[in-house]
Ligand binder design. Structure first.
Ligand code: FES
Length: 144
C-alpha cells in the first residue's frame, strides 16, 4: 500500500490573527470615521469601555468591536463588521446615549432586539463611557 502525502490544510484563523486584522482595518479607516462621526456628535479623545470584568481606555470614535480587540476581549464578528451576521451583538448596560446612533443595516440585522437596546458592536461607535455585556453564547472563547 502506497503512502499518501498528508493533505495540506490552511491553518485555522486564530483569534490573534483576526484581532490583528481588525486593528489594521481600524487604523486604515479611523481618521475617516472620526471625521464622519464629528458631524454627528463630539468625538472624545478617549473613553472608558467595560466588557464584563475587563475595563479600559480606548480611543474615541472606534467601534465597540474595535474596543473589544483593543482590550483583548474576544468577540465574534463573522461577517467582518458588515452588520449582516449579528454575532457581535452586545447588550448595553450603561451609556447607550454615549454611542453613535443606530443606522438602517444595524436595525435590520438586530430585528426586534433593536427595541431592547442591543447593539451591533461593529456598528456602534464609542462617544463616551460605556458598560457592555456580551451574551455568553457569543463570546469567542465560550466563557463569560
Ligand atoms: S460583525 Fe457581523 S454584524 Fe457585526
Amino acid at each position: 500500500m502506497g503512502r499518501h502525502a498528508a493533505p495540506s490544510h490552511k491553518p485555522p484563523d486564530s483569534v490573534m490573527a483576526r484581532r490583528d486584522r481588525l486593528r489594521g482595518l481600524l487604523r486604515a479607516g479611523g481618521d475617516r470615521l472620526k471625521s464622519k462621526l464629528a458631524r454627528e456628535l463630539p468625538v472624545p479623545e478617549s473613553a472608558t469601555v467595560s466588557f464584563g470584568e475587563v475595563t479600559g481606555e480606548v480611543p474615541g470614535g472606534i467601534s465597540l468591536l474595535a474596543a473589544a480587540a483593543h482590550l483583548d476581549v474576544d468577540l465574534d464578528h463573522f461577517c467582518g463588521g458588515q452588520a449582516s451576521c449579528g454575532t457581535c451583538r452586545v447588550q448595553i448596560v450603561r451609556g447607550a446615549d454615549k454611542l453613535s446612533s443606530r443606522r438602517g443595516p444595524e436595525s435590520m440585522t438586530l430585528g426586534q432586539r433593536a427595541d431592547s437596546g442591543d447593539r451591533l458592536a461593529c456598528q456602534a461607535r464609542v462617544l463616551g463611557d460605556v458598560v457592555v455585556q456580551i451574551p455568553a453564547f457569543f463570546l469567542a472563547s465560550g466563557k463569560p
